[in-house]
Design a protein around this ligand. Structure first.
Ligand code: ACM
Length: 769
């Protein structure tokens, strides 16, 4: 073999391994390896079935640009009409005769003679071109001016007609250049819909000529709350804002159209409209004034269902429809509290006039009225699943986000559905343990969970299932202040979603997906995408042992990543020891902290993970007679505005009692209270026990004289755990908890080392009466 061939062979072996399918993501429906190779170099031409056709000409240019990016060579576009059997060419054939059925289907054939992509539609050709892109080298693989494509025949078509990605530009605003990059990346993975969330409480982002104050006033906020919405409010004192002019919107829509991506604008109503009310307070039920929101969440100030509001919204939608050719217009509909409508004589009069049952009926009336307007202009309405409440508008399509129940209900009513459940496709949720990740909204949606998503619930009949048009990943940007961070949250999770919505269900294979991730990430490097590198596993929690020896096994999803670790608490670098085999650590009572990062060849690394491993002295049991104790814990109940469990003292103490289990049963109200439990826990055997403390808001667990879990402060429902070696018998236990506002919860469970599951501990609790 000559050197080039040897190199190519080596690269194929390293990058593609023995996989027979070239690692294309999303995985094609059918792929048959052929024999021979086609040498792609500067003398190859690009030919189309009709050189006079503008769109085919554009596709040929696009292909040429793609090859130039990969190989650095400029292929010539031929002006001769291409027949099928063209030699030494990349041929794009638009035809109905021999092309695979389906609006987005294509056939890609590579033989020793050349490359032929055949489809019935330009979109199909475009997807064939995207597959061809994945047969070319990424620049980190090689920078050759010629490349041998292995012969192959691929016949491919999508599983779902709707393959979407959303982007919230209301909470944080992203420039046109980034929106175009986002669209390019969607297109690369055969997504066909961009849901552009353009209006929010925190900012109105689309120029509307008839209502200039929407952007003069509504596109800018005074400042932004630092981090989360917990008391006390601390703002960043930095004015923030931005919007897209109508010219910019047209530019983005045209850019997306050339990439076969439909852009669905979302204009929120009746809720999430504070920015619009700040600009035009007369659209509210109360007087105002209103301020563009500086905090996150759901606000009670929503549009009032007056004629003036409907006229405003119709005028706004008229301009929106001029800008967006999309057959669908998204009108939000989610998270619209009804407090203002309950108090408003105007809203109540509409309920009477229209014979509506209540405020839910009024929301339904609101949405139906907007739907009639859209239908009269040949557009269809999409709304979040709250539009089911009070009755669906006759032809509405439902975006099911609060799980899949709304989607199931809508499909059963014969409505089309797009699945976007928080459980699997909210890309604002954490991808790893939150203490190691940049601040995110909450939740936990690792890559594997996205890959596991099944958009068609199995409770639907075959006919109902036809209403599930597809799925979408949602990207809410409260905590994504930069484009870099958006990329970190979206990639590689979007690749998993792309396979869910494009590939046949039977073709989905997590192990294959994972083994192909390195080559996909190398390709994303070419486009300077700040994707998240999967973290090192094996360091999920601190561990203690009674024996003084412990084995730590580390792993990474990426076969080409090197794990580097330290055992002195420092942050690992590429010069730290490289992990090869499980670490056998001798540990004393001080313990050893293992920290690790996964490094890619490009020098980027995952977020670090660390955990502490220690020998645990056995905590002796109390020398106590159990006969003097009664079941349950003593509990004191407090009422005041707390921000820490350390404030549960003195006059705030309202009453005392006994709790048979750890929970909130003894609370007398929903907000601003605290509970202090005390007594003993009796463990059945001498062993290492891990305790899991889950609370919203703060809590703290002490055993003996030691604070075992400090989970104090304002936070949502999150869990913290810690382990302790306890001798069989009774140990002093104290647990303090406070609730400020919003949701509340408290739970404590335990797991004995070596046991598979956790146990509820209520039977282990005692107090001295
Ligand atoms: C939503 O996440 N509020 C649709």
């Amino acid at each position: 073999m000559n050197t080039v061939l040897t190199l190519i062979f080596a690269i194929f072996t390293v990058v593609f391994g023995s996989a027979p399918d070239y690692g294309i993501v999303p995985r094609p429906a059918r792929l048959t390896p052929g024999t021979g190779t086609f040498r792609l170099s500067a003398d190859v031409t690009i030919r189309v079935s009709d050189p006079g056709d503008d769109e085919l000409h554009w596709l040929a240019q696009y292909t040429s640009g793609m090859v130039r990016d990969a190989l650095g060579v400029e292929l010539r576009l031929s002006d001769r009409r291409a027949p099928e059997g063209e030699e030494n060419a990349i041929v794009l054939l638009l035809e109905t005769g021999d092309a695979p059925a389906g609006d987005e289907s294509y056939r890609l054939a590579v033989s020793a003679r050349g490359v032929v992509i055949t489809a019935r539609t330009e979109a199909g050709l475009f997807y064939g071109i995207q597959t061809l892109r994945q047969l070319l080298p990424s620049s980190s693989a090689t920078r050759e001016s010629a490349w041998s494509l292995a012969a192959v025949e691929i016949e491919d078509s999508p599983r779902f007609v709707y393959r979407g990605m959303h982007l919230d530009v209301g909470r944080h605003f992203f420039p046109v250049s980034f929106v175009k990059k986002y669209i390019d990346l969607l297109a690369m993975y055969k997504m066909n819909t961009f849901h552009w969330h353009l209006t929010e409480d925190q900012g109105w982002r689309i120029e509307i000529k008839q209502y200039p104050r929407l952007t003069e006033v509504g596109a800018f906020r005074r400042e932004t709350i630092l981090e989360k919405n917990f008391n006390p409010y601390i703002g960043d004192s930095k004015p923030y804002g931005g919007f897209y002019t109508q010219d910019e919107i047209r530019e983005v829509v045209a850019y997306a159209e050339r990439r076969y991506i439909n852009v669905i604008p979302e204009i929120e109503m009746p809720g999430h409209s504070t920015a619009a009310l700040a600009a035009y307070p007369e659209l509210a039920c109360t007087e105002g004034p209103f301020e563009v929101s500086t905090v996150w969440g759901v606000t009670e100030d929503i549009y009032c269902p007056k004629e003036e509001t409907f006229a405003f919204l119709e005028n706004v939608l008229t301009e929106v429809m001029e800008l967006f050719p999309s057959p669908y217009i998204h009108i939000g509909g989610d998270e619209a509290p009804k407090a203002r409508w309950e108090e408003s004589p105007i809203a109540q009069e509409v309920i009477r006039r229209e014979g509506l049952a209540d405020e839910q009926g009024l929301q339904s009336y609101f949405i139906r009225r907007i739907e009639s307007f859209l239908l009269a202009h040949d557009r269809r309405l999409i709304g979040w699943d709250e539009i089911l409440e009070g009755g669906l508008a006759p032809q509405a399509t439902v975006m099911s986000w609060r799980g899949t129940a709304g989607g199931i209900e809508a499909a059963r009513q014969g409505h089309d559905v797009i699945m976007t459940p928080t459980s699997h496709v909210y890309f604002d949720y954490y991808q790893g343990e939150r203490e190691f990740e940049p601040l995110a909204i909450g939740g936990y949606t690792p890559l594997e969970k996205v890959y596991d998503f099944e958009p068609v619930p199995d409770v639907l009949t075959a006919d109902e299932a036809k209403h599930v048009l597809g799925a979408q990943g949602n990207v809410w940007t409260e905590y994504m202040k930069t484009t870099q961070y958006v990329e970190y949250m979206v990639f590689p999770r979007m690749l998993a979603l792309a396979e869910v919505v494009w590939s046949p269900k039977a073709a989905r294979d997590w192990d294959r997906f994972v083994s192909n991730l390195p080559q996909q990430l190398a390709r994303l490097d070419d486009y300077r995408v700040n994707y998240r590198i999967p973290h090192v596993t094996g360091l999920e929690r601190d561990r203690i042992t009674l024996s003084g020896a412990i084995t730590v096994s580390l792993a990474t999803l990426l076969s080409d990543a090197a794990i580097h670790y330290t055992t002195d608490g420092s942050d690992p670098t590429e010069r730290s020891p490289r992990y090869e085999v499980p670490l056998r650590l001798s540990v004393d009572d001080d313990g050893v902290t293992v920290s690790a990062r996964a490094y890619l060849a490009n020098g980027r690394s995952s977020t670090p993970r660390s955990a502490r491993f220690a020998r645990a002295p056995l905590t002796p049991a109390e020398d106590l007679d159990r006969a003097g104790l009664s079941p349950g814990l003593a509990v004191a109940y407090y009422e005041a505005e707390f921000s820490s469990v350390n404030q549960l003292v003195g006059p705030a103490r309202v009453r005392e009692g006994v709790a048979t289990a750890i929970g909130l049963e003894l609370a007398g109200r929903d907000d601003n209270f605290g509970l202090a439990f005390s007594g003993y826990i009796e463990v059945p055997e001498s062993a290492v026990y891990t305790f899991f403390l889950r609370s919203d808001d703060g809590s703290e667990l002490s055993i003996g004289d030691r604070v075992l879990i400090d989970h104090d402060g304002y936070h949502g429902a999150t869990e913290k755990s810690a382990a302790i070696a306890l001798a069989a018998g009774l140990h002093r236990l104290s647990l303090r908890y406070f609730q400020a506002g919003g949701a509340k919860s408290l739970d404590l469970t335990a797991q004995k080392e070596g046991d598979a599951g956790r146990v509820a501990i209520s039977g282990w609790l005692f107090h001295r009466p």
